[in-house]
Design a protein. Structure first.
Length: 263
């Protein structure tokens, strides 16, 4: 694996990005075992399942509206028309560090992973909002409004279906908000879904005096719970919910993943 990192852009050869490629690289049996370890006992990834990225061989991350490897085309179309009202300028939907088909309670479902390798990756996102950069076209404005509506709609639905208070918004903690909104929509589309907030431990390549690598599972758990506290109760994590009759399981997990050495 000595030259694998060179398949990624130089500025993406450290941190969580290459570690996600490591998790999904190799024989199907090995990858399935690694991904299953992230979601057991709630779900299983089998060698026949399909994931993105495909290690260092096919490095594209998944945008679910354009992921026929993972989802039926009709669901991809539904997700696109839900999130975006205008397609001018090739707008993007949220991309996932790892996405994979899987089995959840004996049903075909979807595993979605958001991965971090140091504390600042999550802390800095606490003020994050969905921005649109000038010059702003009418299409971009329309999509900006639509995304806000999508997240608010998901927020109201989650309040009703979990009987808990939620505060998802386009205008704060945007990344986590869109992750939960998309999981809700996948469930509404008929698929059970597992969302994993994955912390890579001891990523020494990210230590620089301002960023602190994650030391252990307890630290990552507290960091994620603190980040999500303005959005929903910590009891949301690490249990199964029913959305539209489909299982939704948000998990906080950690993994130790070394990087391949440069050749």
């Amino acid at each position: 694996m000595s030259n694998l990192l060179t398949r990624l852009p130089r500025n993406r050869q450290r941190g969580s990005k290459p570690r996600c490629h490591c998790l999904t690289h190799g024989a199907a049996e090995e990858v399935a075992e690694r991904l299953t370890s992230l979601i057991a006992p709630w779900g299983v990834v089998r060698p026949i399942d399909r994931w993105m990225p495909q290690g260092f061989d096919v490095t594209d991350e998944a945008e679910l509206h354009n992921a026929p490897r993972l989802l039926p085309s009709e669901i991809c179309k539904t997700l696109l028309s839900w999130w975006l009202v205008a397609n001018e300028g090739n707008p993007r939907t949220p991309n996932w560090d790892i996405a994979s088909t899987c089995s959840i309670g004996g049903k075909e479902g979807l595993l979605l992973v958001e991965a971090k390798a140091h504390d600042k990756e999550l802390i800095d996102e606490e003020t994050g909002r969905k921005n649109i950069a000038p010059p702003v076209s009418i299409a971009a404005r329309r999509n900006h409004q639509r995304i806000g509506w999508c997240i608010q709609d998901a927020n109201l639905a989650l309040c009703g279906e979990t009987q808990l208070s939620w505060a998802l918004s386009r205008d704060w903690n945007y990344q986590m908000c869109n992750r939960f909104a998309w999981c809700w929509k996948v469930a509404e589309s008929g698929l059970p879904v597992i969302l994993v907030y994955l912390g890579f431990l001891n990523a020494g390549d990210m230590a620089d005096g301002t960023r602190k690598p994650l030391a252990d599972a307890e630290e990552w758990q507290k960091l994620v719970e603190s980040h999500s506290k303005p959005l929903f109760s910590k009891e949301v994590w690490n249990r199964k919910w029913e959305l539209h009759g489909q299982s939704f399981i948000p998990l906080i997990r950690t993994a130790q993943q070394d990087l391949p050495s440069h050749g």
